[in-house]
Write a protein that binds this ligand. Structure first.
Ligand SMILES: C[S@@+](CC[C@H](N)C(=O)[O-])C[C@H]1O[C@@H](n2cnc3c(N)ncnc32)[C@H](O)[C@@H]1O
Length: 233
């Protein structure tokens, strides 16, 4: 174990056992179903207010994670022209935070996660009156891409590197979805040494650069968060 970060998706697990291979991510018990978060993101001429219902019961995705807030803020910084009219797909959406912000900016969005998260994602789409712009679909990394998942112009993923058995699955799904012209924004919080195995796998199929035009970069770098742009090798 090399993390004592309580904002770690694996934190509850790490307190209880040392067997990393059998991890099923748990969730902070302090967040109960129906707790609401109001978030505001501002940048340039754009300001977005979002209501987020939280629910820690379906898994670690039911609360808002730091890399998600960083990616949402970056989208607002880029402004509506970045996503307007584009098909945007979010992987491991959790509450849907990042994808909901993309939809508020005018993207045609599909937020995805595993089955237990779909109810809280649908609740948040309704809460923000975004059903016309934001679809909710199950997408399990490593499985064949379901027919109802649109071919994306933009892929967003935040805080999806934390559970080692899922590393090859996430790389496989990225590889299945990313084409020559797909823009991929990947926001990552470094937590443990094992994370480098994800990047070793990713490197076989992708190259990446830091997103350099984010004014908040110096701030989140201090929290070991990186925002990367991925492209296929
Ligand atoms: C730490 S949470 C981040 C949630 C959200 N992106 C955020 O930033 O708030 C990681 C998310 O990845 C999802 N996830 C983990 N393994 C997955 C898999 N094999 N297939 C699809 N989603 C998965 C989890 O359900 C969870 O919602």
């Amino acid at each position: 174990m090399d993390s004592d970060d309580e904002h770690d998706p694996l934190h509850p697990f790490l307190q209880n056992t040392s067997n990393d291979a059998s991890i099923i991510p748990e969730q902070p018990r302090s967040v109960r179903h129906g707790e609401n978060l109001q978030l505001t993101f501002s940048g340039g001429d754009t300001s977005i207010a979002l209501n987020l219902s939280l629910d820690a019961s379906p898994g670690c995705g039911g609360i808002a994670w730091p890399a998600g807030e960083v990616l949402a803020q970056y989208l607002v910084h880029r402004g509506p022209q970045f996503v307007q009219g584009k098909t945007v797909l979010e992987l491991g959406s959790g509450t849907g935070l990042v994808g909901l912000v993309a939809a508020m900016l005018g993207g045609i969005v599909c937020i995805t996660d595993q089955a237990p998260l779909l109810a809280i994602m649908r609740e948040n789409v309704e809460l923000n009156k975004l059903s016309a712009l934001c679809a909710v679909n199950e997408l399990n990394w490593g499985e064949p891409i379901p027919a109802n998942i649109p071919v994306p112009d933009v892929i967003l993923a935040a805080d999806c590197v934390y559970f080692e058995p899922a590393f090859p699955l996430l790389v496989q799904t990225l590889s299945d979805l990313v084409g020559d012209n797909t823009e991929v924004l990947f926001c990552y919080k470094k937590r443990r040494k094992a994370d480098k195995r994800f990047f070793a796998l990713l490197k076989k199929k992708f190259q990446w650069t830091d997103v350099a035009d984010d004014p908040a970069r110096a701030t989140y770098s201090r929290e070991s968060i990186s925002l990367l742009r991925l492209s296929k090798r």
